[in-house]
Design a binder for this molecule. Structure first.
Ligand code: FES
Length: 322
């Protein structure tokens, strides 16, 4: 399989309530590609079951990757599989690391804001900033102390002096704590946030009210129903398939893939949530409305390809190289 690595699970350990830390090494013993903090990999768990997790292990270990997976009560298979079926010795394919959540270069100060399992990309960033002696603070909002991941490192280890924990706060109290933390922004301070969508919405609202420029706010979502998000504000449009000349109407409440299937046209997909990249297709004409989290910001800005399982069209029509 191209662009994947066959790995074996070398350890599995609970690191908080409902969170398992999984460590993976290449089956052939080779070193794994290096990655930047904020990067993620896809875990190929079975046919049509691909999930994306941030790399959160020691940055300088070329022999292994680690991901922390929270058991989601409404799991459609991914976290359930990791918590119930995966064990030491399990072999699976993973993607190469990708980074859709890069850190700004030359920031004078960084504020990392994690909600729950959103700690995973941010702890990688915190470790690197700490190792480089850079100025940063980590704010970690969590349901209770039992839900705190990487607890020793954050409470009494290397990151303890830069980490503040906020446990069991309701939405208003979270907003209040954030208003306090984000009220003063000195130049070249960057804000990084990761967590569930309602939490992220609150952080973004507070940052906007506190005058943070959008290009200083960097984010990654977790635990959301990407499909539901993808349909928000959707309009109908037409898709033309260049190779056959067929044009298909895509309704406001369906995806491109749904519309093609309804016409008997099959396209290869896997996750159908905009995370794995299997369905990425060349765009020949029209303006994509990117709603995936696979393509990087630069690839999205280029506009010459799109993840057709979830992304839509800003123009009334879009032509794909199919
Ligand atoms: S099928 Fe995975 S991104 Fe579209």
């Amino acid at each position: 399989m191209a662009n994947t690595i066959l790995v074996r699970v070398t350890s599995v350990s609970p690191i908080a309530q409902d969170i398992r830390l999984v460590t993976l090494s290449a089956v052939d013993g080779a070193q794994l590609p290096t990655y930047q903090p904020g990067s993620h990999i896809d875990l190929h768990m079975g046919p049509g079951l691909i999930r994306q997790y941030s790399l959160c292990g020691p940055h300088d270990d070329p022999a292994s990757y680690s991901v922390a997976v929270k058991r989601e009560p409404e799991s459609r298979g991914g976290s359930k599989w990791v918590h119930e079926d995966l064990d030491v010795g399990t072999e699976l394919e993973i993607s190469l690391p990708r980074n859709n959540f890069p850190m700004a270069e030359h920031a004078r100060h960084s504020i990392l804001v994690a909600g729950g399992i959103g700690i995973t990309p941010l702890i990688s960033m915190a470790r690197v900033l700490n190792a480089q002696g850079q100025s940063f603070e980590l704010l970690y909002f969590c349901r209770s102390s039992e839900h705190v991941a990487f607890r020793d490192e954050l409470e009494s280890g290397a990151l303890s002096t830069s980490c503040r924990m906020f446990l069991g706060l309701n939405r208003e109290a979270v907003a209040e704590a954030l208003r306090d933390a984000l009220s003063v922004r000195s130049g070249d301070t960057h804000l990084y946030l990761c967590g569930p969508r309602p939490f992220m919405d609150t952080v973004q609202e507070v940052a906007a009210q506190s005058g943070w420029p959008v290009d200083a706010v960097h984010l990654e979502y977790f635990g959301t129903s990407e499909q539901a998000i993808a349909m928000v504000g959707s309009r109908s449009f037409q898709v033309t398939l260049a190779q056959s000349g067929v044009t298909v109407d895509v309704g406001a409440d369906e995806t491109i893939i749904d519309a093609l299937r309804a016409r008997g046209i099959e396209v290869e997909t896997s996750c159908e949530q905009g995370v794995c990249g299997t369905c990425v297709t060349t765009v020949l004409e029209g303006v994509p409305d990117h709603r995936d989290c696979f393509l990087t910001s630069a690839e999205k800005a280029q506009g010459d390809c799109m993840a057709i399982c979830i992304s839509r069209s800003k123009s009334p029509g879009i032509t794909l190289d199919i």
